[in-house]
Design a protein around this ligand. Structure first.
Ligand code: FRU
Length: 505
C-alpha cells in the first residue's frame, strides 16, 4: 500500500530531525579532540598518503569503515586548506575481497610518468601495501590512482608492482627524487629490521638501490619509514633524517619512533655518526611520549616550506581500549621540522602548527605566586620560559580536580624532561599510567610549549628538540595551572597562554 502524503512528510521530518540531532552532538562528545583530527566515527590508526595538491592538504588514514576496532583496513580521507580544519570525505580506497589496504603514500605525478593521468594533466597516485589474508599472509606494494583531486580512486589492473612473496613487507614511502630524476621508495622489512630503498621511472617498475639496518633499536617490528630532507635552522648544513616506527619495544613501552640523521647520495642512507639527537649517539626518538606513531610527512609541499609531519596519537599497547565513542583514534598536530646543531649536538626540532587557532591571548609573568590565575579550559596552549632557575626540579601541574593532575617538568638532578600522567584520570590499562621521560640537555633552554586538548597533552621542550605526546582521559576540561618546584619556592616564569578555537564547525 503506498504511504499517505502525511506519513511521507512525517518520515522526511524524522530523518531531518535525526540528522540535525547528529550534527548537534558530532565532535562535541566527551574526550573528542577539538584541535586534532579524528574521524566522525569508527577506528583509525596511521596517517597515510599525506599530500598537498591544488590548494588542498589531503589526509588519508588507516580506517575501519565498519567498526571501532582494527579490521577491514581501508583508506579514510579528509581534506583541509590550513592543516587544521579538516573535512571528512567518503572512504577513498576500500578493502576489496581478501585485500586490505595498509599504510602507504600518495604522490603527485606531474609528468604523467605512470600514464594514469589524463593527457597533459597531473594526477595523484597512491602506493600502498596490499595485505592479503586469510590463507598464507602476503604483503605487496600496489598502486591506485585518482584523476579527480583524490575524490575517487581506481586500482591499477596489474598490481602488485613489488612482490617479495613475504608476509611482512610494508609501508612504502614514495617521493620524487629531483636530483636523480626518478621516484624513490623507502619500504620496510619489519622482521629483518631493514629499510629497503627502490627507484622507479614510472611507479610501476622498481629497482632495488640499497638497505639500511639493522641499526639502533631492533626490539620490535620496523614499520612506517620516512626519509626526509630537513633544512638546517642554524649551525649545520641540511641533512637527511630517516624515521622508523618500532613496535613493540619503544623506550616508553609499546610503539615509538626512532630517527637517524645522516646523508643520502641518491642510493644509500648513511648515518652521520655525529653526536646527535640527545644522548643516545647518532639516533634519537621523534617523540618521547607514549602516543605518537607512524608519523609521515607531506609530499608536494610548496617549494620553500619545511617538512611537515603528522602522526597517529596512540600506542598499539592499548589503542583498542580507548574509552571513546563513536570513534577511536586521532592524529597528532601537524609539526614543521628543522634541524639544529648546537653544543649538545644535532637534533630534530619540531614546531606544532597552532597559530590560526589561537584566541584570547594572555601574557604570563609570574614571580611570586605559583598559580596562573583563572586557569584554562581545553583546548588551550601555553608557551612558557623558565629562564635558568637554581631549582633542580620545576615545572607545571595541570589540575582537572583536586585529585587529578598531569605534571610536566624538568628534573636537572636526573637530567630528564618528563610528563607524568599517573594521576591524570582514567587509567585504561596497566600500561597506561606512567611517567614518560626524555634526556635533558643542560645547555638548551628550559622552555616549554604545551597543547592541551580534551584527551591529550602535547609537550615540546628545549626549543622543540624534545617532543612528548601523551593521551590523558581527565575528569574535566577545566584546568588549574600550578607551577611547582622541588623546594616549594615559587619559580619565575614568562610566557603566553591562548585558548584554542575548535576545528569543528
Ligand atoms: C602500523 C601498521 C603498519 C600497517 C598498518 C596496518 O601502525 O602496523 O605497519 O601498514 O599499521 O593498519
Amino acid at each position: 500500500m503506498p504511504a499517505s502524503p502525511l506519513a511521507k512528510a512525517c518520515s522526511a521530518c524524522l530523518v531531518l530531525l535525526l540528522a540535525l540531532a547528529a550534527a548537534q552532538t558530532t565532535h562535541r562528545e566527551r574526550y573528542r579532540p577539538q584541535v586534532h583530527f579524528s574521524p566522525r566515527e569508527h577506528w583509525t590508526n596511521d596517517p597515510n598518503g599525506l599530500v598537498y595538491f591544488h590548494g588542498e592538504y589531503h589526509l588519508f588514514f588507516q580506517y575501519n569503515p565498519f567498526g571501532d576496532e582494527w579490521g577491514h583496513m581501508s583508506w579514510g580521507h579528509a581534506v583541509s586548506t590550513d592543516l587544521l580544519h579538516w573535512r571528512e570525505l567518503p572512504v577513498a580506497i576500500p578493502e576489496l575481497g581478501n585485500e586490505m589496504v595498509f599504510t602507504g603514500s600518495v604522490v603527485v605525478d606531474s609528468k604523467n610518468t605512470s600514464g594514469f593521468c589524463a593527457a597533459g594533466k597531473e594526477c595523484l597516485v597512491a602506493i600502498y601495501t596490499g595485505h592479503y589474508s586469510p590463507g598464507p599472509v602476503r604483503q605487496t606494494q600496489n598502486l591506485a590512482y585518482s584523476v579527480d583531486n583524490g575524490r575517487t580512486w581506481t586500482r591499477y589492473a596489474q598490481n602488485p608492482v613489488l612482490d617479495l612473496h613475504m608476509a611482512d613487507f610494508r609501508d612504502p614511502s614514495v617521493s620524487w627524487d629531483e636530483k636523480q630524476g626518478h621516484w624513490l621508495m623507502a619500504v620496510s622489512l619489519p622482521k629483518e629490521h631493514k629499510i629497503r630503498f627502490y627507484a622507479s621511472p614510472d611507479l610501476k617498475r622498481w629497482t632495488q638501490l640499497s638497505d639500511f639496518g639493522p641499526s639502533g633499536d631492533v626490539d620490535g617490528d620496523w614499520e612506517c619509514p620516512d626519509l626526509l630532507r630537513v633544512p638546517a635552522e642554524s649551525g649545520s648544513a641540511d641533512a637527511w633524517v630517516l624515521k622508523i616506527g618500532l613496535n613493540p619495544g619503544a623506550p616508553q613501552g609499546g610503539s615509538g619512533e626512532q630517527y637517524f640523521v645522516g646523508s643520502f647520495d641518491g642510493k644509500r642512507f648513511v648515518t652521520s655518526g655525529e653526536p646527535g639527537s640527545h644522548r643516545d649517539g647518532a639516533h634519537g626518538w621523534t617523540n618521547y611520549g607514549k602516543d605518537d606513531y607512524c608519523a609521515i610527512s607531506f609530499n608536494n609541499l610548496p617549494p620553500r616550506d619545511r617538512p611537515i609531519l603528522i602522526g597517529w596519537m596512540n600506542n598499539w599497547q592499548y589503542a583498542a581500549k580507548l574509552p571513546t565513542s563513536p570513534w577511536r583514534g586521532q592524529m597528532s598536530l601537524p609539526r614543521r621540522l628543522s634541524l639544529i646543531k648546537d653544543g649538545a649536538g644535532l637534533a630534530l626540532k619540531q614546531e606544532p602548527i597552532t597559530a590560526p587557532l589561537r584566541t584570547e591571548h594572555r601574557r604570563i609573568r609570574q614571580t611570586e605566586s605559583t598559580e596562573i590565575s583563572g586557569g584554562l579550559e581545553a583546548p588551550f596552549e601555553l608557551d612558557l620560559n623558565f629562564g635558568n632557575p637554581s631549582e633542580q626540579v620545576f615545572g607545571i601541574r595541570l589540575y582537572t580536580d583536586d585529585k587529578h593532575w598531569t605534571e610536566i617538568g624538568f628534573d636537572r638532578a636526573k637530567q630528564e624532561f618528563y610528563t607524568d600522567r599517573r594521576q591524570s584520570g582514567m587509567a585504561i590499562t596497566p600500561d597506561f599510567p606512567l611517567k614518560t621521560v626524555a634526556p635533558l640537555a643542560e645547555n638548551r633552554p628550559y622552555d616549554l610549549t604545551v597543547i592541551v586538548d580534551r584527551s591529550s597533552i602535547e609537550a615540546y621542550a628545549q626549543g622543540g628538540t624534545i617532543a612528548m605526546t601523551n593521551l590523558v582521559f581527565p575528569s574535566s576540561d577545566k584546568n588549574r595551572l600550578v607551577l611547582f618546584t622541588a623546594s616549594r619556592k615559587p619559580v619565575a616564569v614568562t610566557g603566553d597562554a591562548w585558548k584554542l578555537r575548535t576545528i569543528w564547525k
